[in-house]
Design a binder for this molecule. Sequence first.
Ligand SMILES: NC(=O)C1=CN([C@@H]2O[C@H](COP(=O)(O)OP(=O)(O)OC[C@H]3O[C@@H](n4cnc5c(N)ncnc54)[C@H](OP(=O)(O)O)[C@@H]3O)[C@@H](O)[C@H]2O)C=CC1
Ligand SMILES: O=C(O)C1=N[C@H](C(=O)O)C[C@H](O)C1
Length: 255
Amino acid sequence: MIKVGVFGANGRVGKLIIDDLKESEGVSLSSVFVRNTLNYSVDSSVIVSTDIELFLNSCDIVIDFSLPEACETLLEASLKTPKPLVIGTTGLSAHQLNLLKQASENMPILYATNMSLGVALLNKLVYQAAAALEDFDIEIVEMHHKHKKDAPSGTALTLGESAALGRGVDLDKVRVSGRDGNIGERSKDEIAVMALRGGDIVGRHTVGFYNDGEFIELNHTATSRNTFSKGAIRAASWLVDKEVGLYSISDCLEI
Ligand SMILES: NC(=O)C1=CN([C@@H]2O[C@H](COP(=O)(O)OP(=O)(O)OC[C@H]3O[C@@H](n4cnc5c(N)ncnc54)[C@H](OP(=O)(O)O)[C@@H]3O)[C@@H](O)[C@H]2O)C=CC1
Ligand SMILES: O=C(O)C1=N[C@H](C(=O)O)C[C@H](O)C1
């Protein structure tokens, strides 16, 4: 039985991971890290702790859905106490991403801005379309619930990277994150990544390829957050016995 530690357990996704672990074969909840208290009860055998060392020492693998600062704390602690990590937290800074890469030299880490099978496939399709439709303008729009803190979503940025890779350009150099005022015509290479927020939208991503006379839009809509929690548990079962290194969700899903 794989002992799973959950980091971010009070959160929207964290709570679902704890529920879904009960229904998943070969895995069980062993520890939970909390800043203060856990907002609900778990089996008395589970270690619920504010002590990150105790939390790490009480599990075989960690699943993290928290916030960038919290994820940084986890990565720093894991440098001292290495554990396989499945990280779903988005909005990581360049420094935090570097820390993640550095940590993956000591332990296996799977980092995915979206744990769904559909988005993993969408990234492949976007890469292909961007390469094949070289004259088409690429625009990405994401929609999420009003509580989401980071923008644009990690998924939208990853889709932007897939598109940029297909075009052989660097997303950081071509990304547009808003348009307002008399800004002039769209340049050929730019890739816009725009964010909308409202209500309880779980997650919707559209990558559009627009040309004169025709356009294609590739869309993925998550209708349940369990898509992410179940995807993360599947990733944990896959990652737990891997060599040190940085893995993607495509590695896990073999697509
Ligand atoms: N990769 C993917 O497939 C997906 C990724 N996400 C990402 O996962 C993350 C979490 O999303 P969501 O569950 O909606 O967010 P929530 O805001 O609901 O949950 C965040 C969690 O992080 C914890 N937390 C915040 N700060 C700290 C800290 N300093 N130390 C320890 N724990 C902390 C909170 O604990 P407490 O309540 O105790 O403060 C809470 O449990 C986001 O980055 C989101 O974008 C979301 C869905 C899918
Ligand atoms: O915060 C969310 O809710 C989500 N975050 C992820 C992201 O930023 O891409 C994945 C998903 O779309 C839901």
